[in-house]
Design a protein around this ligand. Structure first.
Ligand code: SF4
Length: 470
């Protein structure tokens, strides 16, 4: 919509009250939808180039400098910069990445413009997909060494992009059905965005009163009920609804507000599973196994047992590269046993870490309220620590790539300590805030917070093993 279309001659996005600076940013995003689409196509172009060209080239030589070969450049950009800083952007700005920059979302929406436009089937609306897709992608990425090899990256990321386009061609019209229901990282982004200090908020009373601004329906690509918008979890922060009916604006908030205040209604058991079993557990296992002495001991013990019991077949290394890492020229070849042990190690870490945290949250929740105990709500206290862990795990690759190229980074260790400590304190702060929502008295509130503290200590110990103790 443009200003010329407004019969009064005033800006069609004008609201009845003067807009704050933040609100004006939201309105500007709405006005500049065409520019955003151009940005999205530019990102699509860069994304496809980084994904496909290195996959078509021979592997970089083992002694290739970081910025001396397109393959190493793509590896550094994708895994060393892109992913870690997309995670940070979620916590700082909400899901602006999804709404303004994400190439997969843009392609999915574009596909749905020309696709069949079918209704979204029930199986696709299942709330567990973000958890399942995250776990499967994480484990599969480790099996094919997605961080190391361009072909593996093209397979995992490119496969996800092809699936996003296919879903766009089948379901929805001008929508991002993939992003809303199936994207492997949408659940993670939804958790982290709840910590953002800015969000789009709708005032239902102003909405009903049509308090100014445009009233024509807005195309909200992730299919949200804009009238009742109160959080950043699912909102892609695209700005298309800014100023709608004079009721929607980009606004600041306390970073803990969405989790503490709205978590009782918003948190689901799938949120709990994703944050405790997925982000705290499975992700930790995925970053742990290459450095873990437990993994090596267990693998050797199983290998000996197999040799004694006629199971040599599992020691063969004839799996195809798209199933298990197979790069003989790099002396990097996984046996079937490697693959099974990686799955077992990541799965066991996910289950143990998740179960311990789940138990602590369940006891804490019972201290706060009997039925229903707010276990899912309390589990959201772990979002900062879960996000920090994944960021540290991903950025470990950034650090090792830079160090491998001769960069001296003495500040990395202290920075990691600082980040983990800050995230743990934030988790405690959220635990205390959530516990205060149930009117359970000081002792019970303290008890629940101490249980969250115990869980936070357990997660910090898990990351300390990787960075300092092994
Ligand atoms: S509610 Fe929908 S249209 Fe509005 S900013 Fe969020 S994603 Fe965009």
């Amino acid at each position: 919509m443009n200003a010329a279309a407004c019969p009064t001659g005033a800006s069609p996005l004008a609201t009845a009250v003067p807009a704050s600076r933040l609100a004006r940013i939201g309105l500007a995003l709405r006005r500049h939808g065409r520019t955003i689409r151009m940005i999205q196509w530019a990102v699509v172009f860069v994304y496809l180039a980084l994904l496909l060209i290195p996959a078509a080239l021979p592997l970089p030589p083992e002694d290739a400098r970081l910025f001396g070969h397109l393959g190493t450049i793509a590896q550094f950009v994708f895994w060393g910069i892109w992913w870690p800083f997309v995670l940070i952007s979620m916590v700082l700005f909400g899901r602006v990445w999804c709404g303004v920059f994400c190439p997969e979302g843009a392609l999915a929406e574009q596909a749905s413009r020309v696709g069949l436009g079918r209704g979204i089937p029930r199986w696709l609306r299942w709330q567990g997909w973000p958890f399942v897709a995250f776990v499967l992608t994480t484990v599969y990425g480790q099996l094919v060494s997605v961080y190391q090899y361009p072909l593996a990256a093209a397979l995992v990321l490119g496969g996800s992009t092809v699936a996003a386009i296919a879903i766009g061609l089948l379901y929805g019209r001008n929508k991002r059905v993939w992003c809303r229901h199936l994207c492997p990282v949408s659940g993670v982004f939804s958790l982290l965005a709840r910590l953002a200090p800015v969000h789009y908020r709708s005032d239902p009373e102003r909405w009903t009163a049509k308090a100014g601004g445009p009233v024509q329906p807005v195309n909200c690509a992730p299919l949200l009920d804009i009238r009742r918008l109160h959080g950043a979890a699912q909102c892609h922060a695209c700005g298309r609804c800014a100023g709608q009916r004079g009721a929607v604006e980009l606004t600041a908030r306390a970073p803990s507000e969405e989790i503490v205040r709205h978590g009782a209604q918003d948190a689901t058991r799938w949120d709990l599973r994703l944050v405790l079993y997925g982000l705290c557990g499975v992700a930790m296992g995925a970053f742990h196994w290459t450095a873990s002495p437990w993994f090596i001991d267990a693998k050797q013990a199983v290998a000996m047992w197999l040799l004694d019991h006629g199971g040599e077949r599992l020691l063969d290394t004839d799996a195809p590269w798209w199933l298990l890492t197979h790069q003989p020229e790099r002396h990097d070849v996984f046996s079937w046993l490697d693959g099974l042990m990686i799955i077992a190690y990541i799965g066991a870490t996910g289950l143990v870490v998740g179960a311990v945290l789940h138990l602590l949250c369940a006891i804490g929740a019972r201290l706060l309220a009997q039925r229903p105990a707010p276990t899912a709500h309390l589990s959201l206290a772990f979002v900062p620590l879960a996000g920090a862990g994944v960021f540290l795990g991903l950025s470990a690759l950034t650090v090792s790539l830079l160090r491998g190229d001769g960069f001296v980074l003495p500040w990395v260790g202290p920075l990691r300590e600082l980040l983990l400590a800050a995230a743990a304190l934030w988790t405690l702060r959220l635990g205390w805030g959530i516990s205060g929502r149930y009117g359970a008295g000081l002792h019970r509130r303290l008890g629940a917070t101490l249980l969250v503290a115990a869980g936070a200590g357990f997660v910090v110990w898990g990351w300390a093993l990787l960075f300092w103790l092994w």
